[in-house]
Design a protein around this ligand. Sequence first.
Ligand code: C5P
Length: 299
Amino acid sequence: MTVTTVRVPAKVNLELSVGPVREDGYHDLVNVFHAVSLFDSVTVTPAEELSVSVEGPSSVPTGPDNLAARAATLLADHVGVRPHVALHIRKDIPVAGGMAGGSADAAAALVACDALWESRLGLETLLELGAEIGSDVPFALLGGTAVGLGRGERLTSVEVTGEFHWVFGYADGGLSTPAVYAECDRLRAAGGGPQHWPRVSDDLMTALKTGDAAGLGRALDNDLQPAALSLRPALGEALAAGRALGALGSVVSGSGPTCAFLASSAAHADELAAALADTPHFAQVRQAHGPVPGAEPVN
Ligand code: C5P
């Protein structure tokens, strides 16, 4: 029996510049995505009907609203087959953590079902289908480092020299992405200040192009961070603790609550991870490097 397993990375947002809310309820973004070596995998096996099983956290839905199940159904509709597969998801990316774990699983399901059904749709079509499922799905297909415009789904790959070493602090419990965007809108309205148009910083692009970790650490920036900190004030102390322990930069990943800390080398990431694990701020501390490729079959 044909079985296909696809491995897919988490993302961290190096810069997330959020514009005003649009008529469709989404925000125009400039979103610099970076894929890191924390992976989920999705295995698809032909079956009598569509089903989902999850290895890892129990908080992942296994019904039709699971993003991987939605991806399999969407692809089956597009190809004209029945979505009769058993999807098995092995989760290592934190759930509702701001690292696009659900989107990653959807991307992996698209690639796995495309292989299983031999539909050979090609990256462009998979990117379009992915964008129908969620704003972060296309990037999980592409991987590497990329600028996302629009909702974040219109992607252009970015040239990066070398690799960067990261430490991630997972909090206990997730944050809801819509709630964090709504809090961002509320804080901006309360501040009365003009909302800026999203933009990407030249310093960030230069740091990526030249492999300058110190420059990247200084340029990390996330417009959703004040909203995440407003909903989860303890994150401010957690970010400060990482900087005090020598991180080159620290930022909330996406809508949070995962905190990302940049190290200067793999050895520095080892030290920083050990030191952060000794603080009371995180349920779990992990190391990773980036950029890494997007969703790809492993067998
Ligand atoms: O596209 P996705 O389903 O991942 O988005 C989840 C939620 O995040 C949306 O329903 C919306 O509330 C918010 N969002 C947004 N602007 C974006 C992307 C997401 O407001 N560009």
